[in-house]
Design a protein around this ligand. Structure first.
Ligand code: C2E
Ligand code: CA
Ligand code: CA
Length: 751
């Protein structure tokens, strides 16, 4: 590098040995270029340029004003050019170097020559710095590019990945769409989608079937159109809750209307799908048809609490109400009344007209009862032909209610084209304090009913405590009777049946006797009635047949014609399928000729219109066993039934014979009955002949046979055997009180 001194640099010789550094400093200060104002101007320009550069590249200013490097370079160029112009090449370079090593104005402290040396070094260092800077710049650039490339790659990768994810989720979405469609269409529950306004967008087959339509017709309509009018507000409320975001899903039960008018019960579940803004977009609704389920449950509930025939409350429900009524009385006072109603002789209706008619009568009776049942009271079918009526918090008298209940049978019942007069007996229990539990209450009502039946059918009897005693005595008696079967407590007695034309005894009616070990003789009317309430009558009846046939077989010949024996059969026995075999067996064992056995049946048993009766009648007719119609005139017989039954003997009930003496109307009836029977070729027997007058009268009527205390009461078997043959004269012997067999024997012996 050349001398830095320009044209104006002082040229006087200088010797370094002669001059010290202080001198140099003074010289330097006193001489150009340092003294030259232009030199300082160049330096100032450079400082300014660097100041601008530093300010604009460093710190916060840079972020506001960004001056490109080229601008600084350009600015620097000005002092360099200026320096060049004023001081020549050296000036130019100096200016440049000064710019570079600005912070240390070397010229101030160094000898001019040293400055020159320094300048050389400065150029070198500058070059070095520039090289380093260029290298650094390159490195920065390179890294920058690398980073850019990396970023680019990452971006592409993530985009690629996004693409892959997108396509996969699309696939998944398509798959789940497919699954949803399958689940939607083939779902057995009804399903539909609605838009935010509740209009149907899509409907599955099941729902179409539920409301009776095809999906094309349903789309665009709202499900409220198929909702039961009473349930619409409920449905609206549910949609409102979903729309406001109160809940994400609702479940409720509702009724839908099928196109054909049917009402269906549905269990509805609705989910709401929202759009990106959270507003409801689609409602997904599924409806399970629970109509059949409900019907079944209702049916089961109903069956558990209601009688299937009459639809009245059953015993279970009644007892529940009864318990409540008792609790009510215990708390609030007052009283309850329980009425137990029983249709009189309902069995007769069943037997005569068949069970279908019996059922019809029960249903009609139930309907009539419902009409007189107060809202606060409970009506129940207790079973069979028994009904219960509970008057809770009885206000009036129990008689008032009983009267109301009895009024339902005041009109005849028209069932199966027949007018039936039906009576009803009622047992009543009234309780003011809660002194009886349900079972006791019902037992006592039953006791009162029994009493009502016993006294006078078609009446009302209020339970009293003495009835309870009687009922328990009855219970004990039945227990003892059961134990008596097969012991010598039970025997058969025989009452003569007399031929009124010649006073000869032609047969005996066998009558059962029970000698109770404590109570003595018990009347058959009492113990037979007891036995008839259970199957005990079957064993008693068998005993009677076996005993009587054995006994009669032992009676010897009587004027060539041995007496027959007649045995009473109860209605229940007549229905017993084992009856025929039992009678045949008794005949076979005893050796008694079948035509010497007469079976006495009451009208009720005989007139039952059942196949069993026909079988029994045909069987006896074939085997030669004959039938007697007992207690004729007291029952229900229409005379036309007689021809079908064709009994051998008709036994006119004692009540007719007794009344005939002074009751003109009955007398006329009796005369008509006898004349008819005779015309039909039946043998007429008059029961209960006690007086000569009665005997005369029945003979006048044309009765062929007679029976009664006038001739003899029933006697023990051994007495019959001892005194056969028997015959009765038309004597003035009058029996005023019930004779015993010893009286009869005396009577027989006297003649
Ligand atoms: P029933 O079949 O009408 O029998 C006639 C009843 O009248 C008998 O009463 C008899 O003793 C009674 N009697 C006979 N003559 C006279 C009379 O002149 N005046 C009065 N006041 N009564 C007379 P008993 O023996 O007390 O029997 C009552 C009822 O018990 C019978 O009425 C019958 O229905 C039933 N019974 C008796 N034994 C049997 C039996 O072995 N089997 C069945 N199923 N019932 C029987
Ligand atoms: Ca009889
Ligand atoms: Ca009789």
């Amino acid at each position: 590098m050349g001398p830095t001194a320009g044209a104006s640099t002082p040229s006087e010789p200088r010797d370094a040995s002669e001059r010290g550094p202080v001198h140099d400093l003074v010289i330097n200060l006193a001489h150009p270029p340092l003294a030259a104002g232009r030199f300082w101007a160049v330096q100032a320009m450079i400082v300014a340029v660097f100041a601008v550069h530093i300010v604009t590249t460093v710190g916060p200013v840079h972020q506001v004003v960004s001056v490109p490097d080229s601008t600084t370079d350009l600015l620097l160029f000005i002092p360099i050019v200026y320096g060049g112009a004023v001081f020549g090449l050296a000036g130019s370079l100096g200016a440049a170097l000064t710019g570079i090593a600005l912070t240390v104005p070397m010229e101030l402290v160094m000898h001019h020559r040293a400055v020159e040396v320094w300048e050389e070094w400065a150029v070198l260092i500058t070059t070095l710095i520039v090289a380093i800077q260029v290298g650094h710049q390159y490195e920065v650039e390179r890294r920058h590019r690398k980073l850019l490339r990396q970023a680019e790659r990452t971006k592409i990768e993530s985009e690629l990945r996004a693409l892959v994810v997108e396509s996969e989720s699309k696939k998944r979405l398509a798959r789940s769409d497919e699954l949803f469609h399958d689940a939607f269409e083939s779902n057995t529950s009804g399903m539909f989608l609605t838009d935010r306004y509740g209009r149907l967008k899509s409907v599955n087959r099941s729902f179409c079937e539920m409301v009776g339509g095809v999906d094309d017709d349903l789309i665009g309509r709202t499900p409220l159109e198929f909702t039961h009018p009473d349930d619409v507000s409920l449905a609206l409320e549910q949609y409102r809750r979903l729309s406001t975001g109160d809940v994400a899903r609702v479940r409720y039960s509702t009724r839908y209307l099928h196109d054909d008018g049917r009402v269906l019960f549905g269990e509805v579940s609705i989910a709401c799908i929202t759009d990106d803004n959270g507003a409801p977009d689609t409602f997904v609704v599924s409806v399970r048809d629970v109509t059949e389920e409900r019907a079944l449950i209702a049916e089961l509930e109903h069956q558990a609490l209601y009688d299937p025939l009459t639809s009245l409350a059953n015993r279970t429900l009644f007892e529940d109400r009864l318990s409540r009524a008792r609790a009510y009385v215990a708390r609030d006072g007052g009283s309850n009344a329980v009425f137990l109603l029983d249709l009189d002789d309902f069995k007769y209706v069943n037997d005569t007209f068949g069970h279908g008619v019996g059922d019809e009568l029960l249903v009609e009776f139930a309907r009539r009862m419902e009409r007189v049942t107060r809202a606060s009271d409970t009506l129940c079918r207790f079973g069979g032909d028994e009904f219960l009526y509970l008057a809770q918090g009885l206000t009036g008298s129990y008689q008032e209610i009983a009267h109301r209940l009895l009024s339902v049978v005041s009109e005849p019942f028209n069932v199966a084209g027949t007018n039936l007069e039906q009576r009803v007996s009622i047992g009543v229990v009234v309780t003011a304090v809660d002194s009886m539990d349900n079972d006791e209450l019902l037992r006592n009502a039953d006791t009162a009913l029994y009493e009502a039946k016993r006294r006078n059918k078609g009446g009302v009897v209020l339970f009293t405590n003495d009835m309870y005693d009687r009922a328990s005595r009855r219970f004990e008696l039945l227990r003892d009777l059961r134990a008596a079967v097969g012991t010598d407590q039970l025997t058969m007695a025989y009452q003569p049946l007399v031929d009124l034309t010649n006073d000869h005894v032609v047969g005996f009616e066998s009558l059962m006797r029970w000698r109770h070990p404590l109570h003595g003789a018990v009347a058959p009317d009492d113990f037979i009635a007891l036995a008839e309430q259970s199957d005990l009558i079957i064993s008693l009846g068998e005993f009677a047949v076996r005993e009587a046939t054995m006994e009669a077989a032992a009676w010897g010949a009587f004027e060539g014609r041995p007496p027959f024996v007649s045995v009473n059969l109860s209605t229940n026995q007549f229905r017993d399928p084992a009856l025929l075999a039992m009678v045949d067996d008794a005949l076979a064992r005893s050796g008694l000729a079948p035509n010497r056995l007469v079976l006495e049946i009451t009208e009720r048993a005989a007139l039952a219109d059942t196949a069993q009766v026909a079988t029994v009648l045909t069987h006896f007719e074939r085997s030669g066993v004959r039938l007697a119609l007992d207690d004729f005139g007291t029952g229900y017989s229409s005379l036309s039934h007689l021809t079908r039954l064709h009994p051998h003997i008709i036994k006119i009930d004692r009540s007719f014979i007794v009344a005939a003496e002074d009751d003109v109307a009955r007398r006329a009836l009796l005369e008509a009955m006898v004349s008819l029977c005779r015309r039909l070729d039946f043998t007429v027997l008059a029961e209960g002949i006690e007086t000569e007058g009665q005997l005369r009268y029945v003979k006048e009527l044309g009765c062929e046979l007679g029976q009664g205390y006038l001739f003899a009461p029933a006697m023990p078997a051994r007495e019959v055997r001892q005194h056969l043959p028997l015959s009765y004269p038309r004597s003035p012997a009058t029996v005023t009180s019930t004779p015993d067999s010893s009286q009869l024997i005396e009577y027989v012996a006297r003649r």
